[in-house]
Design a protein around this ligand. Structure first.
Ligand code: CA
Length: 667
């Protein structure tokens, strides 16, 4: 805790000073803290007056400082706040404060905790240190009132593309002018030098994905917004202000309007392109602990503690949020609803969701359902360390069935395909390591119970944890760990260029024929690599930026990814979205060889136009002959090519699948 620095009080007037009764408030436990009813707005501006309200139930004094600028200089006014109801403090300033900045300062006992923009700032100056008083309506881009969510009939139809603004735009081959900015996703058809290929938003349209998943885009702490001239890269898992966009992705982090307007422009452009927008939200921890807005308003309350009173740390980042405490739960619900309402966000990915409690996640889901049940929610069903909360009440993967409408990432499928997490040199199914077949089957079935899966042979779980397949995110790689190309090179040092392509295609065929929700990491479709860097969270652009010339070099791979997406969109059998339908229509075929998984989607599954579809995934280094139900079939995916309109036919009771490839045939 820091002592208050002496500051100059300029222009302090009697009219703005409200006397308050000092005193220490203590409570037997955090559960006894008074709850603030109504919304948690901390600053309400009108031209006639601005009202400040902050929840600080243990405070003996609270004040607001007013500034002319977002950083530097002295406060020109200090307003003492008056204790209000339910642990709140309030002050009204009957002046037009438009364009000013503010901080709260809370005193507990004899200690001033230090300045903070509060826990709920909605506009801030550079680096998010001071709240900004702005007219939110003026941040709306033209036509914002007409912005609508692109249609989504079912969450089973989702195809997620995870991206970082710098990854997609920093390489010169991107042709994007707003490099590393929100506006990179507003640029229309851009041409890669020397080719005719699109990048940016038109690339996403061309690829056919339905959702972009933005890496953290709320205001985070680890990039100095005042010094963007230095090359700086960070994934952004360092929350500072949860309800304001990050400044470094705007063209001017000093102007509080710009980051908000440009973020909205991005959402608007994506919506116009028919793409929904998912935010990565990181409520599980804050970047700072002692100096965080939470700790500077209600010390201790928003974080879990160890038995000895120290901060618990299930995030491995220094703290863990107490989502189970009433005001934190309320805060998370309001924050999510705010991003939906103000920024038209269409979905949320919860970082280390296993730190949060099931009750909170379900309450968020219910609140979101009231707005629009097609707004998606998914998260990491794990924590970095064991949280300080009863294990059975945590939103861990194994309890997904208790959280309807919330999906979790399947590490079973991911690691069965590419090899175990954190062990970069250990391979999986792709590498030809046998024993992963049941885990692949587990993932193909969308993590719902299927009588043909032997759960005793599935990695990381001994049962089906999803009630519905839309509760499973199906993926082979994400921003974390080695990307797919690097992983293949790491696990198969002697891999040939041809083999790399074959296995890359096989990996994503597994993902896209899974009944879970498919998810790809940006650039995988053009064989992006990260030069073997495992944890590139703050690596340079040289490591992280996608070289879009790959779109030409690996055009065959790119077209294959497009083909997989098209196939899934055209054929509802691949996205049944219902556990009973899966048990009825998905049948695994008996195979005698290792490193082969074969299954049939039969009897016009989910109203498909194809009667029967057989998928065979073969990661062995030789071609295999697999028994199939006797009949005449049309191959639509064969030896690295996808062609739905193929007319050639094959007949028989078995079929030969080339080495390290997927085959899809249909009737
Ligand atoms: Ca920031």
């Amino acid at each position: 805790m820091k002592k208050l620095k002496k500051i100059a009080f300029i222009g302090l007037t009697a009219a703005t000073v409200v006397s308050c009764k000092p005193g220490i408030k203590t409570y037997a436990s955090y559960e006894d803290y008074p709850l603030r009813y109504g919304n948690l707005i901390e600053m309400l501006y009108t031209p006639e007056q601005t009202t400040f309200m902050v929840w600080a139930p243990t405070a003996s004094e609270v004040g607001v400082r007013l500034y002319e600028t977002g950083q530097g200089g002295y406060a020109y006014d200090f307003i003492k706040m008056k204790p209000g109801q339910d642990g709140t403090w309030q002050a009204e300033v009957k002046k037009d404060l438009l364009g000013k900045f503010y901080t709260f300062d809370v005193k507990v006992g004899d200690t001033w905790l230090g300045e903070t923009p509060g826990i709920n700032a909605r506009a801030v100056g550079v680096n998010g240190d001071r709240g900004a008083i702005i007219d939110m309506k003026a941040t709306n881009p033209e036509g914002w009132e007409d912005d609508i969510r692109p249609e989504l009939l079912s969450t089973a139809d989702m195809i997620i593309y995870e991206l970082h603004y710098r990854d997609i735009s920093m390489h010169k081959s991107s042709g994007i002018t707003h490099k590393g900015k929100y506006l990179s996703l507003t640029e229309n058809r851009t041409l890669v030098p020397s080719t005719y290929y699109t990048t940016g938003i038109d690339h996403l349209k061309e690829l056919g994905i339905t959702h972009v998943h933005l890496l953290p885009s709320f205001d985070y702490a680890s990039i100095d917004e005042a010094h963007l001239e230095k090359e700086k890269y960070n994934w952004g898992y360092d929350p500072k202000n949860y309800n304001v966009p990050e400044g470094s992705y705007s063209t001017d982090p000093y102007d509080p309007y710009i980051r908000i307007r440009e973020f909205k422009q991005m959402v608007q452009a994506l919506h116009q392109a028919g793409i929904r927008v998912i935010m990565d939200v990181v409520y599980n921890h804050t970047y700072n602990t002692d100096d965080s807005p939470f700790e500077r308003t209600a010390p201790g309350y928003f974080y879990r503690q160890n038995a000895d009173g120290t901060f618990a740390d299930a995030s491995a980042c220094g703290n863990e949020i107490a989502s189970d405490r009433a005001m934190m739960r309320k805060y998370m619900i309001e924050s999510i609803l705010y991003w939906i309402d103000e920024y038209h966000i269409d979905g949320f990915r919860f970082d280390l969701m296993g730190i949060h409690d099931i009750k909170t996640m379900n309450e968020i889901r219910e609140a979101v359902n009231e707005v629009d049940p097609t707004i998606c929610m998914y998260g990491e069903g794990w924590a970095a360390r064991a949280p300080q909360y009863p294990a059975k009440k945590l939103a861990m993967k194994g309890y997904a069935s208790q959280m309807p409408g919330i999906a979790v990432f399947s590490d079973e499928l991911r690691d069965a395909v590419r090899g175990p997490v954190m062990k970069d040199k250990k391979g999986g199914f792709l590498t030809g390591v046998s024993g992963n077949e049941e885990s692949i089957k587990f993932g193909i079935a969308g993590a719902v119970y299927h009588p043909q899966v032997d759960y005793s042979k599935v990695i990381y779980t001994d049962s089906a944890w999803a009630a519905q397949p839309t509760q499973m995110i199906s993926y082979a790689s994400s921003h974390d760990d080695l990307c797919l190309v690097d992983r293949l090179k790491s696990t198969m040092p002697a891999i040939t260029a041809e083999e790399l392509i074959r296995l890359d295609k096989l990996a994503q065929t597994t993902v896209f024929t899974s009944q879970g929700i498919p998810f790809i990491f940006a650039g995988e479709e053009v064989m992006r690599d990260k030069k073997g860097v495992h944890n590139s969270y703050k690596s340079s652009d040289q490591i992280n930026a996608i070289d879009w010339r790959n779109k030409e070099t690996y055009n065959d791979v790119y077209e294959y990814y497009r083909g997989l997406i098209r196939l899934r969109k055209n054929h509802p059998a691949f996205r049944m979205g219902d556990a009973d339908l899966i048990r009825k229509h998905l049948e695994f075929l008996p195979v005698t060889q290792k490193n082969v998984v074969a299954f049939q989607l039969k009897d016009y599954a989910n109203g498909d136009s194809w009667e029967n579809i057989i998928v065979i995934l073969n990661s062995s280094k030789k071609s295999v002959k697999v028994d199939i139900p006797k009949g005449t079939y049309v191959p639509v995916c064969y030896d690295g090519k996808i062609d739905e309109s193929n007319l050639k036919q094959v007949s028989g009771t078995s079929i030969t699948v080339p080495k390290q490839s997927a085959m899809i045939i249909r009737q």
